[in-house]
Design a protein around this ligand. Structure first.
Ligand code: FES
Ligand code: FES
Length: 225
């Protein structure tokens, strides 16, 4: 049977793999497709591709143009929040950018440092690895919901008393993680505290003081074994 010329693969290169055009990319393909009049059918994708490498606000605008927003209702630090957000928004960005709760820090943005730890329905999570829409109907607590400058939470007081920080960048994540740990595990000895807090990295190396702070706070909080 003669080959169907319309379905022939691109000319193979020397390595035997199909040749691809130089500088080929999804974005350039879509741009070219738009240039030859295919934009009518590729309209939304072309808009997305055009703005794909642009700043977050512009990308958000693209998603809004596409109608890709999601409704999110959840409780944050005791208050109900109703938001329309890009469904790709992480809980971390939602808290910091949409709600101005900047006490939760972005360290690695890859689930490696624990700086972004918050509580979701009482469990500690890395907010950078959690999509905000996954928290629909849930209860989120951040460092801002733990205490106030006038009435610090015992963990916050203990971190101050024991110098459980130097630069302070990891501190809100350390404190929220300690909150989660103590409710998961009850009263802990120093070795168990180190183990339980191992997902929270401190570049300043304040580990001994952090453990001392958690030890003291758990007693003040009346955490039982
Ligand atoms: S910022 Fe989330 S784990 Fe580092
Ligand atoms: S206090 Fe600086 S990273 Fe922990």
């Amino acid at each position: 049977m003669p080959p169907d010329s319309d379905k022939q693969d691109p000319t193979p290169n020397e390595a035997g793999t199909p040749a691809t055009p130089k500088s080929s990319s999804r974005r350039s393909f879509l741009a070219q497709a738009g240039a030859v009049g295919a934009v009518a059918s590729l309209g939304p994708l072309a808009i997305f591709a055009e703005k794909h490498d642009q700043p977050a606000e512009t990308q958000d605008a693209s998603m809004a143009e596409l109608g890709h927003t999601s409704s999110l209702t959840f409780i944050v630090n005791g208050k109900e929040q109703n938001l329309k957000i890009d469904p790709r928004t992480t809980l971390l960005d939602c808290l910091r950018e949409n709600m101005d709760l900047t006490g939760t820090k972005k360290g690695c943005d890859h689930g490696q440092c624990g700086a972004c730890t918050v509580l979701v329905d009482g469990k500690r999570v890395n907010a950078c690895l959690t999509l905000a829409i996954m928290c629909h109907g849930k209860n989120v607590i951040t460092i801002e919901g733990l205490g106030s400058p006038e009435h610090l939470h015992p963990l916050q007081e203990a971190f101050i008393t024991h110098d459980g920080y130097q630069c302070g960048y990891c501190t809100s994540g350390q404190i929220m993680s300690a909150m989660g740990l103590l409710s998961e595990s009850g009263h802990l000895d120093p070795t168990a505290i180190k183990q339980g807090m191992s997902g929270n990295i401190c570049r300043c190396g304040a580990y001994n003081n952090i453990v001392a702070a958690i030890q003291e706070a758990q007693s003040k909080m009346g955490v039982q074994s």
